[in-house]
Design a binder for this molecule. Structure first.
Ligand code: ADP
Ligand code: MG
Length: 325
């Protein structure tokens, strides 16, 4: 288990992490989400012991771990980080790269461990190759094998899969979830792509400008965002403040509503008159962009199985939208 308690840290006047509290149990994945520059990587560096917090504690299995500034060699051997960087040695094979992590063990253990890691992350066929012969997804698998080779208790992932194709990424994420639970590792998974995190994590922490603005399960965060920031980070959506529209929906003017594409329904008898602007082909569906009557500059979309011609007048209903305040 790894835990952050009342962590404060600043690089300068411009950016600070403020009062960060979080906890990840063994076998679980915590998703850390926030826009670029919100402090995700900084927080991971503090968790891994590579950067010293100004105040607060990092606890590993209930014991405080030394700050980077208090140690000769920063970092903690039970805590491993994987980022987007390819840290493999280019001139030795994949097998040698992984065995390098196991260099202090007996040869027979190294071979045995290499085999089981290769099985676990599905890279058996790559062991005799060199890093330059591997694709991005294969390299990331090898980096994970390296990171978990010495059986760490904590795995910190800083957007390691962000530049992979979506199908390969999904496959690796499923495998990762399996590994985390089989090896009973506590994992923090940082991403700015919420769709990667929603189905993967046991809980989510949302960072904004160095502060935690919401914590909860994926469902809680998705269905009950506390703010516009969280609402729009978790899905496409629109903030509605058109007064006449709010009136039609019988919503108090002071409220702010968050409308997601799935809240908008095309209905002959719908309460809201709209005009179609564009239909964008998305493969499995069309995104129908429209403006609301009396507000020609507004732009929202809903998903439709059929294309609708531009300038068509349609009527819509909004159901299940979220009221933010
Ligand atoms: P994220 O990973 O969420 O994109 P970071 O933790 O990398 O965010 O950065 C948070 C803020 O701290 C940003 O404003 C960034 O410019 C700043 N920052 C990051 N690293 C340093 C550094 N070494 N020195 C000064 N400022 C930094
Ligand atoms: Mg980052």
């Amino acid at each position: 288990m790894i835990e952050a308690k009342k962590i404060n840290f600043s690089y300068s006047k411009n950016f600070a992490l403020k009062n960060i509290n979080l906890r990840v149990k063994n076998g679980e994945i915590l998703g850390l989400i926030g826009e670029s520059g919100s402090g995700k990587s900084t927080l991971l560096k503090i968790l891994s012991g590579l950067l010293s917090q100004d105040s607060g504690q990092i606890l590993f299995e209930n014991e405080e771990i030394l700050k980077a500034s208090e140690k000769l060699v920063p970092g903690h051997k039970e805590i491993k980080t994987v980022t987007q960087n390819n840290t493999l040695f280019p001139n030795i094979s994949i097998a040698e790269n992984i065995k390098y992590e196991l260099r202090y063990y007996q040869k027979s253990y190294q071979e045995e461990k290499l085999k089981s890691l290769a099985d676990l992350v599905k890279i058996k066929h790559l062991l005799s190759k060199y890093p330059r012969e591997l694709s991005g997804g294969e390299i990331q698998r090898v980096l994970i094998a390296k990171a978990i080779s010495d059986e760490p208790k904590v795995l910190l992932l800083d957007e390691p899969f962000s530049n992979l194709d979506s199908i390969i990424k999904k496959k690796i994420l499923f495998e990762l979830k399996d590994i985390i639970s089989k090896q009973n590792i506590a994992c923090v998974f940082v991403t700015h792509e919420i769709t990667d995190a929603l189905g993967l994590v046991n809980s989510l922490v949302i960072l904004k400008n160095g502060k935690i603005v919401q914590k909860g399960s994926s469902e809680e965060i998705y269905f009950s965002p506390k703010s516009e920031y969280v609402g729009l980070l978790t899905s496409d959506g629109f903030i509605i403040n058109n007064v006449s529209l709010l009136e039609k929906l019988h919503i108090n003017e002071a409220s702010k509503i968050l409308l997601r594409p799935e809240h908008i329904f095309f209905k002959n008898t719908g309460k809201i008159a709209a005009r179609v602007k564009h239909s964008i082909f998305k493969g499995s569906h069309f995104e129908i962009w429209f403006s609301i009557e009396n507000d020609p500059d507004s732009a929202y979309y809903f998903k439709s199985e059929i294309k609708i011609e531009s300038e068509t007048a349609i009527s819509l209903d909004f159901e299940g939208y979220l009221i933010l305040k």
